[in-house]
Design a protein around this ligand. Structure first.
Ligand SMILES: *Cc1c(COP(=O)(O)O)cnc(C)c1O
Length: 339
């Protein structure tokens, strides 16, 4: 596979750092934990969507688009990063936000990522939870096209084969970085949602035959569904790269035991993970994705799935801007802890 065959814009600060988490490792007493800082990609407070947007926005520019449209949940990090990328390229951006958790808390509906969407100049419209967001986005695209706009449509999470190329790139970057440092990686763990991150990583790791097991910690749907979504996208990504059949179903492993009550609803283990990273390492996670991914990592270390002597890399996918949408949840959890 050869990524330079695909158009790409440089939107991120890459390579992102790969660093040891010594105090967190000591606190858990298990494997040596390292972190790949994709929260530090630089674009509007960073995060994993930057890598996808490098390939997606290059395609938008190639197609001479003047407006990009996408959708996400209200506190979507993908929406915020897409708004920033569009601003950087002088394109308009129109975003459909699904009220997936049915909230009327003004911090959730207006602060955090939503505030930043608007600071970047994006137009947002809301849709009720459960709306068919792909159909809504297609209808918006048709309306804008009929009005004479050159529309580039980005699916939720930027998760299609073009976006997933960003995480093929990350897999190559990570292994190259580890090889340069002389760092053997035994496991790679991250939060998985719309599947593009895991699909790209698994395709990249397979493509360079790294033999590093990858575990996605789910944030929304049950395990079988998540693995199916990731596998389907990985297969399409490998095909795009000219290596059909590269990824086998067994290469895709998700654990969806840390979702709690649902997407966007932090569980007690999510808060614990956020506090642990913040208070042992000074690193901010988020309540929707990386906090749940880290909760899975922490629990699996406690259960011995990752043992002493092994080295685990946690891919930090970003999302800290979302913390500001969750003031009420943090305060409620704090009161419950104190009681
Ligand atoms: C979107 C997102 C994820 C999940 O990545 P997918 O490619 O959608 O699976 C993880 N963490 C954060 C912070 C995100 O914004």
């Amino acid at each position: 596979m050869h990524l330079a065959r695909f158009p790409r814009l440089r939107l991120g600060h890459l390579p992102t750092p790969l660093e040891p988490l010594e105090r967190l490792s000591a606190a858990l007493g298990g494997p040596e934990i390292w972190i790949k800082r994709d929260d530090c990609t630089g674009l509007s407070t960073g995060g994993n969507k930057t890598r996808k947007l490098e390939f997606l926005m290059a395609e938008a520019v190639d197609q001479a688009a003047d407006i990009v449209i996408t959708h996400g949940a209200t506190q979507s990090n993908h929406a915020r990063q897409t708004a920033a990328a569009a601003a950087r390229l002088g394109m308009d951006c129109h975003i459909l936000l699904e009220d997936r958790i049915g909230s009327n808390d003004p911090d959730y509906t207006r602060n955090g990522n939503v505030l930043l969407d608007h600071v970047h100049g994006a137009v947002t419209e809301t849709r009720p939870g459960g709306a068919d967001m792909n159909a809504e986005l297609a209808a918006l695209g048709e309306r804008l096209s009929a009005a004479g706009r050159k529309v580039y449509l980005i699916p939720g999470g930027g998760s299609n084969p073009t976006g997933a190329l960003g995480y093929v790139n990350c897999a190559i970057e990570l292994i190259t970085q580890a090889d340069t440092m002389g760092l053997r990686i035994d496991h790679l763990v991250h939060a998985t949602g719309s599947a593009g991150t895991q699909a790209g990583l698994v395709t990249g790791l397979k493509g360079i035959n790294a033999q590093v097991p990858l575990l996605g910690i789910g944030v929304r749907v049950p395990r079988a569904k998540q693995e199916e979504n990731v596998f389907r996208l990985a297969a399409a990504t490998a095909e795009k790269l000219g290596v059909p059949g590269l990824v086998a179903p067994d290469d895709v492993v998700a654990n969806c035991d840390y979702v709690g009550e649902g997407y966007g609803l932090p569980a007690p283990s999510t808060f614990e993970a956020i506090r642990m990273f913040a208070q042992t390492e000074g690193i901010l996670l988020d309540p929707v994705y990386s906090g749940k991914g880290a909760a899975g990592l922490i629990d699996l270390i406690r259960k011995g799935q990752f043992a002493k002597g092994q080295r685990v890399v946690f891919l930090h996918t970003g999302g800290s801007a979302g913390l500001f949408g969750y003031l009420a949840a943090f305060e409620a959890e704090h009161r419950a802890q104190a009681a």
